[in-house]
Design a protein around this ligand. Sequence first.
Ligand SMILES: NC(=O)c1ccc[n+]([C@@H]2O[C@H](COP(=O)([O-])OP(=O)(O)OC[C@H]3O[C@@H](n4cnc5c(N)ncnc54)[C@H](OP(=O)(O)O)[C@@H]3O)[C@@H](O)[C@H]2O)c1
Length: 244
Amino acid sequence: MSQKSNSLAGQRILLLGGTSGLGLATAKAAAAEGASVVIVSSRQSSVSEALAQLPATSEGHVADLTQEQQIQALYQKVGSFDHLIFTAGESLLIGPLMDTSIADAKKFFELRFWGMVTAVKYAIPHLKPKGSITLTGGIASLRPLPGWSIGASVLAAVEGFMRAMAVELAPIRVNMVTPGVVKTNLWSNMPEADRHAFYNNVGQAMPLQRVGEAEDLAETYLHLLRQTWATGQSVIIDGGAVLV
Ligand SMILES: NC(=O)c1ccc[n+]([C@@H]2O[C@H](COP(=O)([O-])OP(=O)(O)OC[C@H]3O[C@@H](n4cnc5c(N)ncnc54)[C@H](OP(=O)(O)O)[C@@H]3O)[C@@H](O)[C@H]2O)c1
């Protein structure tokens, strides 16, 4: 009989950007299923705070994922693993293209696109043959609002890369999660009152009447690790936002 799903018990999962938001919720959910998790982000303080919320066997490392040498050094420390999840991201660059500096627009690709590409490149020798890679997009590439030219472009670039890697790296599976608006630190550059109003307004416009929680998305990352017959896919989890 063919193998239809992987138990996560005993599997080693590397979460780049795993100290907050979607990554941390996924690390907690995977650890609860018996996986051993390794979380990475650019600041020691956030690595330490996240480790305090995970089982004592969890590992954490500091690496700035915009820096190729730091990524190479990270993999030397981490060794081999079963699954790679990339959720690193910084606050969004939103605004009309006419008012956007081209230098800022190029910089916005450094972490989410080039950091992600570099992280996947150097992960390949460390991934076990039945392993997987799960990247992160966002529904702005499918349904952008005015002001989202650069954000939508980065997310679409992630999807193209994901599909190409699914072909090139098979039988390693490569997929992505494509979230709608989720309550995480990603939105922390907004004043608190504005942020709550934004969550309410965006949530009310969705079929499911609320913005997402990080745990809603963690479930989907785990699904993509467990199943063994999907590759090259983007799974949209957005409360129905792309429909309206
Ligand atoms: N939340 C949403 O509404 C939403 C919607 C669609 C898509 N997404 C995407 O989902 C991904 C995760 O977002 P999130 O909401 O979970 O955000 P988050 O809570 O802000 O988490 C981002 C993570 O990335 C890490 N990070 C930032 N810069 C880094 C760097 N240079 N090197 C290494 N790690 C770095 C952060 O830790 P440090 O600060 O310690 O480095 C943190 O662990 C992002 O790509 C985002 O675009 C989110």
